[in-house]
Structure formats: C-alpha cells, structure tokens
Design a protein. Structure first.
Length: 186
C-alpha cells in the first residue's frame, strides 16, 4: 500500500488507479484481454509503428476477435508520428488509441497530452506507453490526462515489475481479469 500511495502521488493520480504487475508487457497483455471483453466486432483500435512490440502487438491480436486495427504510421523521412494522421484515423468506431510517450525507435518525445485530448474528444480511450520516457523522469499522468499509462519500474531504478495507471472510470468498466474474489479490488 505504501508503494502504491507514494508512486500514485508522484504520478498525480489516485492510489486506487495505481496497479503493479510482473512487467509492462504482461500488464499490457492482461489489459488487452480485458478490452477483448469490452470491445465488439467492428470497433477500432489505433496502434503505431513507432511503438514497442510490447504495446502494439497485444492490441493487434484483437483483430482475431473482429476488432479493426488501424495503423498510425510514422513519416518515413523523420520517423515521427503526425497528429493530423491521428485525426484522420479517429471516428465513431475508434475505441482505443495506443501510442508511445517517447519513441524507443527515434528517441523523440511525443506531444502526449495533445494526442490524449484528441483521442478522448473522439470518444476513445488513450493508452500511453511510458516505458521509454519514465527513465528520464516520471510524468504527471494526472495532468497528461491519459486513461492508461504504463512503464517499467526497473527502468527507473526500482524493482523488476510494471506499473500501470488505469483511471477509475475505465477500471470500473473493464471486465475483471483476476480471481473472482478480487473483483473490484485494484
């Protein structure tokens, strides 16, 4: 509880929105399985080709459940993502947008707050992979506004585990992925 309280305070979120797991890749996998129960065939998920496989691959696998996977592609000249391209991918079927806060491919810090706001304005959940950013300083996730924020504590001189913020309103909508007796417990 103390670790949850302290890290939540550093990230600007409520302690019950702070979750820990074995790794960011495993946390993302479990999260994708929860979304599998929330998304319907024809719903769309936006992923990038600038992201790490750990944050894009699990979402791509939702295609086998009838979820449309939309690829937000980098500019081949710069390796950067363009917000105008994201705007083109957002419509009333977009339910989830996943992107890196900082690219581990080109090392650029993306304007995450801007893209989170765009996704949410379109009615989509914003999932931000912070694994490459967190070693440079923990973000204010509360100010960023992300619905989901993930990073690895071992990359920030902590224990080998993954940290994940899932905003309360979203956590209440997602199907439980743990033991039945833990339903409703973060």
């Amino acid at each position: 509880d103390e670790a949850r309280d302290r890290l939540a305070a550093l990230l600007g979120v409520a302690p019950d929105e702070m979750l820990f797991g074995p790794s960011t890749s495993q946390n993302t996998y479990v999260l994708a399985q929860a979304f599998r129960g929330l998304l319907a065939p024809g719903d769309a998920v936006v992923v990038t080709d600038q992201d790490h496989e750990g944050n894009s691959g699990v979402w791509r696998r939702l295609a086998d459940a009838g979820v449309e996977i939309r690829e937000w592609r980098v500019d081949p000249e710069t390796g950067m993502l363009d917000g105008a391209e994201l705007a083109r991918l957002l419509d009333d079927r977009a339910r989830l947008v996943c992107f890196p806060h900082c690219s581990n491919v080109v090392g650029a810090i993306n304007p995450a707050a801007e893209w989170v706001a765009m996704a949410q304005a379109a009615g989509a959940v914003a999932c931000v992979d912070g694994v490459a950013l967190a070693p440079h300083g923990l973000p204010d996730v509360g100010a960023l506004g992300a619905d989901i924020y993930l990073f690895s504590t071992y990359k920030t001189y902590g224990p080998h585990q993954g940290a994940m913020v899932v905003r309360r309103a979203l956590a209440e909508r997602l199907p439980n992925q743990g033991h039945g007796f833990n339903a409703g417990v973060a």
